[in-house]
Design a protein. Structure first.
Lengths: 283, 283, 283, 283
């Protein structure tokens, strides 16, 4: 029948269209079938092995960061995370040490021969940040802060882009395209949980996003187990699931004394827990 | 019983705590019981009467904006909206005319004696924008772009803050607090729909947010019927509901020829529809 | 170009398909353009005037129901609601009086010349219920309890069908189709809020669903302001919005002494508040 | 300070309350610390090893079921799934073969020495079903069909309870409590994805629910990878993640010829794919 015919044409053109659009994107696997591998201080993220980015939620002091750096180094890891500019829901919460925090990170990084990653929140700060950090992190709240994406796309420094709190996978991929379209192709995607009705976890870890992002793009995909679950007791199981489903690595927060942390005290690991965490994941 | 007693203490302290926190916020009605009224070009937003902010999604040309301005003026309205910096999901979509767009808006505003509102997306642009616009709009994607909020809080210009796509009411109020804490108290809140599983509308208009925001804060509350519904056929019914539930005004998009609009073509009203819309709402 | 042509064919066939499907449904306005009006005890629901269905959450005793019935009668209303079978999250919560509850409702209904509506939860009870109630209510949790829908479709008694907690509008319409396809065409739809991430209200009232349901189907559409908001202070504003956007009526809960109610104590109105509520809505 | 004191009392009583409630539930691990192990045809679900429940979405014919049974048997599995009563969104979609379907399942089960699981949707059918099936499945749409839960709780037959489409973990646990409170303690919980804004997958697999359910209850926890993802290409990665995070087993759909399946044709595996799936998961 003619209607049947129409339906087939309809399906064919639909697929054609979607295909076209995805092919057009620079981040898409159609454009570049091989995996992008990002070499940071010897860690080749995207090479098929699991990688770990660990460190405190916020930089609070040299001593605090150094204590974590030492533990990270002992585990043979190469990358340290730490927040200097902290986006906080309330203006009266601790906002991070800012540039001072970046300087502490840089000092610790040099002393322990670690690479550092830190979140940048103002487009104007991107150009300064390249002197202090090895990876620029763009946080969930800023995934569609397009001015920030454009700034990050115009510097020669790897970028870790977190998925927005309620971003679709398609919007996430387009956000990465903002960066690559400005010529910076060293992008890591990071699933960090999405906002749903379920409140047993801080967010809902959308674990299926990992294989979808790996299929659709050629970029490495990390999973932030701290912000997706918001629960210390779920960090290890979530990390196991992330690696099993094909993530290129795991991010989590470690603090020498979580009980007195200036932010996220309920979800950071202490050093002992971190050592157990690594042992379980690498055995 | 002792357990019963505990429960009552528990409840009492819970209320005490929440009360405390809300009292502390400068935007809260506990801090300032009287309604904030913002006078823009003679429109006293927050005075108990309905106000309307209408205009094209994006500034495309002088002629396009002038055509809408004329219609807006004829309806006796005082404020014109128009986007110069357009946050778009894809980097390959029309990104707005930028500063050029603000200049067009300013020229039309002067010619038709209208106030103008336009979205600013980069903290650095806030200081320039004050020369061109009468209200700075902060869009949904930037509700937690705290650098932008701080910049908007440090200029002497009314701000219209849109609720983020998946922001809770509490986060929305805290975002406004970022602005007022920097000393700018002329803030309008704007409900524009939240992201849910339902796809019959572009977003889900959270109409109950209006009376809650009016109760919790002393700020005027607008409803953007265009972005909350994303459907031309729902603009009028949604506007009726918004005014019935106590909103201080309604925002909607008007374009001389929506079919050829560079953005949001499916949801803008043409001039005739706009005239009918106003007639229905003001009869 | 050929691609352009394909796109147009694509669009045309897409619309054709959707159109076809909607036309096929017995509840759709395409199938029957005129509004369905349901006459219950003289209330013509769907006739363009607002109607009200009020009463306690749960039937607790003859005295309690009679007290509300008297108030409802005084306001000139004709329909009383009251739950006999209560679906509760925990098996240890009050489950309703069951058949005993229906008998109380029936007795009060006869004494005050009111029609009654009550929720039925077991397909096997539908056939018994017709002797006691004037409207069978199917609750949100049972919107896709297809066996219950089929049973309700096979009796000659109006049905009020509530939208499921996370049902799409399309699924809601299809649930109504289950009833009408068994030959019972006296169906009222009831929007009662959907589950979202926002917790300031018990559910998120999806007010836009009202005009969409009115467009897509020929059935009357009610709004349950009690369950959508879960807050006593929002009942009146939500009811105003519902009527402004075109709902055929409003449902809400009234209890002689909400503080001691066996369920939903935080959201039921007492008699004084109910009288004010009606006064405000009918002035 | 007195306020500080209040806060501590508040916290203490909050924990006390929650603790109390959880302890009270018969399904909770506080009530029974040891894992519940359910022995079905020699498969000891909950014993720490992975178990698999595979079979077609719907029973369509003896031949179809037998073809899958043979493949399931060859893989050394012991349990076959197959739907006889199919809850479908539209009344005009294939509704399953009903009792006839159960008889086919029973015949195949006997011939291949497999246990069978099938969904029951009407409380009245539970008592008949026990003659045909080894496990009663309660589907997502019926998770809060409390009459069905009560019926399932009153027979001596293991029950697999699926999480509702938008059920919280707490509601899920309470639904299981309905069953156990009627004395049937042989319950398996099954995570099958929740409804969110993300449409790249049919539902969003809430993988974190698995360790939470294992912590909170003593019941085995399965993951249905077919309905959570709705995508054939994600079945294997999702199954790996499920087992890595501690699920007691995986459910998935297998059909001899998915392209002609009467339901779920886009997401069932064919026999070859099923064999690869098992090989990958058991290597």
């Amino acid at each position: 029948t003619i209607q049947q015919l129409f339906k087939e044409i309809f399906k064919a053109s639909l697929e054609l269209q979607e295909d076209d659009h995805r092919k057009a994107l620079l981040v898409s696997r159609k454009k570049k079938p091989e995996d992008t591998i990002i070499d940071i201080n010897g860690e080749k993220i995207g090479d098929g092995n699991p990688h770990f980015i660990m460190g405190p939620c916020a930089v609070e002091s040299y001593e605090q960061v150094a204590a974590v750096a030492e533990a990270v180094k002992k585990q043979g890891l190469k990358i340290l995370r730490g927040g200097a500019f902290k986006p906080r829901t309330s203006p009266y919460d601790f906002q991070g040490l800012g540039l001072e925090g970046l300087k502490i990170l840089k000092r610790v990084a040099d002393e322990y021969d670690l690479a550092v990653i830190s979140e940048i929140v103002n487009p104007a700060d991107v150009y300064k940040a390249v002197d202090y950090v090895d990876i620029i992190q763009i946080g969930a709240r800023n995934m569609q802060n397009f001015e920030l994406l454009k700034a990050a796309g115009s510097v020669d420094k790897p970028v870790l882009l977190k998925r927005g709190m309620s971003a679709t996978i398609s919007e996430f991929i387009n956000a990465a395209e903002y960066i690559i379209s400005r010529s910076n192709a060293n992008i890591m995607l990071c699933e960090r949980g999405i906002r749903t009705y379920e409140k047993a976890t801080r967010n809902t870890l959308d674990i299926s996003a990992v294989p979808i992002l790996k299929q659709e793009t050629h970029l490495p995909v990390m999973v932030d187990v701290t912000h997706s679950t918001g629960r210390r007791d779920l960090l290890l199981p979530a990390a196991k699931a992330a690696l099993a489903i094909g993530a290129d690595g795991v991010m989590a927060e470690v603090h020498p004394d979580p009980a007195v942390a200036l932010s996220d005290s309920a979800q950071q690991m202490d050093i002992d827990m971190f050592n157990d965490f690594m042992k379980e994941l690498t055995k």
